[in-house]
Design a protein. Structure first.
Length: 150
């Protein structure tokens, strides 16, 4: 086959540094749009972006030519720099160092889009920490909780 073809659907989640609630309702939609633009520029369009005051979820169609670690590094670096230009209340904004990433199949896209869209409602009763631990368990990702939180 002369072409290299791929469909890499990835659910990515990461939080603000120390899970401090720094994503305000006044900035969140603009932040999500900005992140979407960064992803498009990296040939990895977002299919869904949403979150809460302390974390975001992304559903990405990852480019086959960009490593996931590079993609997330660039998204976090660029969006962190951008949000700091939005006013003094965002000067201390930072993302956590790590991230969670989970592959899904096409059949899982509608349910995951609904899950991402419903973040604020879900987090009325469930913390980010509990959510991430649940995702790690669901996808069978080994981890050491000692190094999970920054």
């Amino acid at each position: 086959m002369p072409q290299s073809l791929a469909c890499l659907l990835v659910h990515v989640v990461f939080s603000t540094k120390n899970r401090i609630p720094r994503i305000t309702s006044a900035i969140e939609q603009e932040l999500y749009a900005y992140i979407g633009g960064v992803l498009r520029n990296l040939d990895s369009p977002s299919l869904a972006i949403n979150g809460t005051a302390n974390h975001v979820h992304l559903l990405i169609l990852q480019a086959r030519t960009v490593a996931l670690s590079v993609l997330i590094r660039d998204v976090k670096r660029s969006s962190s720099k951008w949000i700091k230009t939005k006013g003094p209340e965002f000067q201390r904004f930072d993302w956590q160092d790590g991230y969670g990433a989970f592959t899904i199949g096409q059949s899982g896209v509608p349910a995951l889009k609904a899950y991402i869209a419903n973040q604020k409602e879900k987090h009325k009763t469930r913390s980010f920490e509990a959510e991430l631990l649940g995702l790690l368990k669901k996808y069978g990702v080994p981890y050491n909780e000692k190094y999970l939180w920054d």
